[in-house]
Design a protein around this ligand. Structure first.
Ligand SMILES: CCCCCCCC/C=C\CCCCCCCC(=O)OC[C@H](COP(=O)(O)OP(=O)(O)OC[C@H]1O[C@@H](n2ccc(N)nc2=O)[C@H](O)[C@@H]1O)OC(=O)CCCCCCC/C=C\CCCCCCCC
Ligand SMILES: O=P([O-])([O-])O[C@@H]1[C@@H](O)[C@H](O)[C@@H](O)[C@H](O)[C@@H]1O
Ligand SMILES: [Mg+2]
Ligand SMILES: [Mg+2]
Length: 203
């Protein structure tokens, strides 16, 4: 949803940064890679120690590299199949680190099997959401639908985790993770139905 409505706005916001990076001779691939490392460090160094606010701040700084890399590629006429592959593959690494960081905390010092399970459910179902689209595209179809696309999932988990880091009760994060898991599951079915329709239309 956000991907549709906010992409143009965020492209405008980050175009000056993208131009600056290109002027400095930085390539889109470097931004993709450094951004992913930053997200992983933010998630895995801070979340397992219950430093939810600072972890979210670090992740939020680096996560927009995913918008900037694409803008850079298009501005410089360097959009490539390799870049698309690198971008999507490293997105999975960053997403796994975010939910994995929460799993690590709640499965150890946080002592909450329920919260750990909810975060794990979001990790797994979010990956299936992405796979459902990637596999469809690999078969020459599209599955560009769903109520919980990547930008939606990230905004939900980062806002809730950041706010809990600022003092909101932990149950807020539990509710958001629960809703996100359900929304991700619904998205998987939305994508499967879209692909099924195309597969039978083509037959
Ligand atoms: C000035 C800073 C402002 C910051 C404001 C922060 C406030 C946040 C509030 C709301 C957030 C709203 C989120 C908006 C969503 C953004 C929409 C968007 O742009 O989504 C899509 C993108 C990119 O997706 P993708 O990678 O698929 O596309 P690309 O454009 O990259 O194109 C891909 C093609 O490009 C080519 N290519 C790419 C790379 C490469 N190396 N080579 C290439 O050739 C190739 O052709 C590819 O096919 O972005 C995202 O999905 C990013 C996620 C954004 C969501 C982050 C949400 C963070 C929000 C909140 C955090 C709260 C923190 C608060 C902390 C404190 C709490 C109180
Ligand atoms: O599929 P999803 O997770 O909702 O959303 C995402 C896509 O919108 C994006 O184009 C791609 O680069 C990401 O890797 C990811 O797949
Ligand atoms: Mg990107
Ligand atoms: Mg991406």
């Amino acid at each position: 949803m956000l991907n549709r409505f906010a992409r143009a706005l965020f492209t405008r916001i980050f175009t000056p940064v993208a131009r600056l990076f290109l002027k400095w001779g930085i390539s889109p691939d470097v931004v993709t890679i450094v951004g992913t490392i930053g997200v992983c460090v933010g998630a895995l160094a801070f979340y397992p120690r219950h430093q939810f606010f600072w972890g979210t701040v670090v992740i939020a700084v680096f996560v927009f590299s995913d918008t900037i890399d694409g803008v850079m590629a298009r501005l410089s006429g360097r959009s490539s199949r390799w870049g698309a592959y690198l971008d999507s593959t490293l997105d999975r690494v960053g997403d796994s680190a975010i939910f994995g960081g929460l799993v690590l905390y709640y499965a150890s010092a946080g002592h909450s099997a329920v919260m750990a399970s909810l975060a794990l459910a979001c990790l797994i179902l979010g990956s299936v959401v992405s796979y459902a689209k990637a596999r469809a595209e690999g078969l020459g179809m599209t599955a560009n639908v769903g109520i919980a696309e990547r930008a939606d999932r990230l905004v939900a988990v980062l806002l809730a985790t950041g706010l809990v880091g600022l003092g909101l009760p932990e149950v807020v994060l539990g509710v958001v993770l629960g809703l996100l898991a359900v929304a991700s599951l619904i998205t998987v079915f939305q994508r499967m139905l879209t692909v099924r329709r195309q597969a039978f239309e083509a037959a």
